[in-house]
Design a protein around this ligand. Structure first.
Ligand SMILES: [Zn+2]
Length: 439
């Protein structure tokens, strides 16, 4: 048993509360969190808990703030090595960056290196749970699952599936996708904290036969998630219209195959029609908003207000590697900027709402009841933001008016270098023994 002493900020509320009230931040300054068997067993004021537990080990995290681990609802593990490329339109990005990089993973050493770096990058940015598009190649996806288990990252992932519209190296036939998916799902789903996701790349890269296989795979076991892209860019939407002339719209293609439901997450949704939002809402499906990617690829401004009005729930995704790659804090600050640019339609994203989007919203989208805030009973998945001594953020935090103001500064200014510690299931995963000491 260990007691963590810290200023703890979290947002233990559901969608209704967060959009009805601007400030849903729970603040406990000088709190004690008692962790037993990886879970929050007790929490409360430090003086009360210490008086009752005078002999337990204490980890002092009083500098900075302790937040719940971040939940990334959309990332491509195989694209970690193309992070930081200049922005460009989606078709060019796929052709010049994303797909050539994914092809390199036929070399198993490249796949292992990317898997390791993806996990390390995400954890270092404070991401403790993620919904991940694996490689098109099943063996490379398995390398990612191994790296996630070894690193302590909680993942829902599966191989990305495409039977057209991508280079031949990355194509699989529907029969092959079914056989490989069945095998990988049978061996990995529900074991070592891994959950399986069925991942059609997007409708332009999947025939009806492939989408039918996706439907079959998602029904193989309880708790299997389904994730794909939708309505990201105008070119892509026009392509879907051409390839699936019988369907009413893009979401309708997935819906016809039974892929739109409460265990599915659709990345982007930048250009949805009202009828599409109604289908997403009626099925209980969620959307992963990826603001840094949308801005860098020039995809557009995410219409959060229209999603909320239609009853569609959203979380945040990094979209590694099209996104800026600095994790969910970077996504949160970009989300706020996108809403500001959305003029009359923009939703005010307070620091509390941004923290909620980066944590609890993702947990709800992934059905991960163990994470999302630091309430009693949840897993101790946490991020300690402690800016380096003398840094701008450290100086500004010293001048913050209150906890909400401090959180606003953290969201706006913190980078991976300010993340001093990350825990999943009660185990410290950043820094790890392999990293140099000093933080
Ligand atoms: Zn993506």
């Amino acid at each position: 048993m260990t007691i963590y002493r810290a200023t703890v900020l979290d947002t233990p509320v559901d969608e209704r509360a967060v959009w009805e009230r601007p400030d849903v931040l729970r603040v406990e300054s000088d709190a004690a969190i008692v962790v037993r068997d990886g879970r929050v067993a007790e929490r409360g004021p430090w003086t009360d808990i210490r008086a009752r537990r005078p002999r337990e080990d204490v980890v002092d995290l009083r500098e900075g703030v302790l937040l719940p681990g971040f939940v990334d609802a959309h990332a491509h593990a195989a694209q970690v090595h193309v992070l930081g490329r200049p922005g460009m339109p989606l078709p060019q990005w796929l052709e010049e960056c994303a797909l050539p990089e994914e092809e390199r993973h036929v070399d198993v050493r490249a796949a292992h290196a990317a898997a390791h770096d993806a996990v390390a990058t995400m954890l270092a940015a404070g991401t403790t749970t993620a919904l991940v598009f694996g490689s098109h190649l099943a063996a490379a996806t398995e390398a990612f699952l191994d790296a996630a288990v070894a690193g302590g990252l909680r993942v829902t992932a599966g191989p990305t599936l495409a039977d057209r519209g991508v280079p031949p190296t990355l194509r699989v036939t529907p029969a092959q996708a079914l056989a490989e998916g069945r095998d990988l799902l049978g061996r990995r789903h529900g074991r070592d904290g891994v959950r399986y996701a069925v991942v059609p790349r997007f409708a332009p890269a999947c025939t009806d036969d492939m989408l039918a296989v996706c439907a079959e795979l998602q029904g193989l076991a309880p708790g299997v998630w389904t994730t794909t892209h939708v309505n990201e860019a105008p070119d892509e939407i026009a392509q879907v219209r051409e390839l699936f002339p019988g369907d009413p719209h893009y979401v309708g293609v997935y819906d016809r195959h039974g892929l739109v439901h409460e265990r599915s997450v659709f990345a982007h949704s930048v250009h949805p029609g009202r009828a599409e939002l109604d289908v997403l809402a009626a099925r209980g499906a969620r959307v992963a908003h990826c603001p840094t990617s949308n801005v860098r690829l020039g995809s557009g401004l995410f219409p959060l207000r229209r999603h909320l009005d239609a009853g569609v729930r959203a979380a945040l995704g990094s979209d590694i590697g099209a996104g800026a790659g600095l994790g969910l804090l970077a996504e949160a600050r970009e989300a706020a900027a996108v809403q500001q640019l959305s003029s009359d339609d923009g939703v005010t994203l307070t620091p509390a709402r941004l923290l909620w989007l980066a944590t609890r919203a993702g947990a709800l989208a992934l059905g991960e009841e163990e994470v999302g805030d630091l309430s009693v009973g949840r897993s101790f998945d946490a991020v300690w933001v402690r800016p380096a001594e003398g840094s701008l953020l450290a100086r500004l935090l010293a001048h913050a008016d209150d906890a909400t103001d401090a959180l606003g500064r953290v969201v706006t200014l913190a980078g991976a270098a300010d993340i001093a510690g990350v825990w999943t299931r009660g185990a410290r995963v950043v820094p790890t023994c392999a990293e140099p000491p000093g933080r």
